[in-house]
Design a protein around this ligand. Structure first.
Ligand SMILES: [Zn+2]
Length: 146
């Protein structure tokens, strides 16, 4: 019944049926279906799980980045440093921050503390110097006891 001439030809031109899925706008999907499947890569429910997983993985990464951005503290006051240091210590204990990372963070905190102290000293000196001139008589005005 089967003609041997047709078989190789139909095998070579494996029919690529169109995807039976719909786009988000409700139009018929223009993509070809996957071999042996009624849907394209986007609309295949089996593959959709993969796509969702990939998307949510990407989302998880960007969410984590966002939360780091949100967590970014100025650390320009002693109380901010205290809070940050406490957080780092807790994170290390919980295992959410690697000890090496924590070490670098705490090193940064100690530098930050020194800078804070230095700038605090600077400000106090500047304030003192601003008051100085009025309190000191100028040279050459000591004219007592000829
Ligand atoms: Zn499709």
């Amino acid at each position: 019944m089967r003609s041997p001439a047709v078989a190789p030809q139909s095998a070579a031109s494996t029919p690529r049926s169109p995807c039976t899925g719909e786009t988000k706008s409700g139009a018929a999907c223009q993509a070809f279906a996957l071999p042996g499947r009624p849907f394209c890569l986007t609309h295949d429910p089996d593959r959709a799980a993969d796509a969702t997983a990939a998307r949510s993985k990407g989302a998880a990464v960007s969410n984590r980045l966002r939360s780091i951005e949100g967590k970014r503290q100025k650390l320009d006051t002693v109380s901010a440093l205290v809070e940050f240091t406490g957080g780092v210590i807790q994170d290390v204990l919980e295992g959410t921050v690697l000890p090496d990372v924590a070490r670098v963070c705490l090193y940064g905190v100690s530098i930050q503390r020194q800078l804070l102290e230095a700038s605090d000293l600077e400000q106090r000196l500047a304030a003192l110097e601003a008051r100085e001139p009025a309190q000191h008589p100028q040279k050459g005005q000591h004219q007592w006891g000829r």
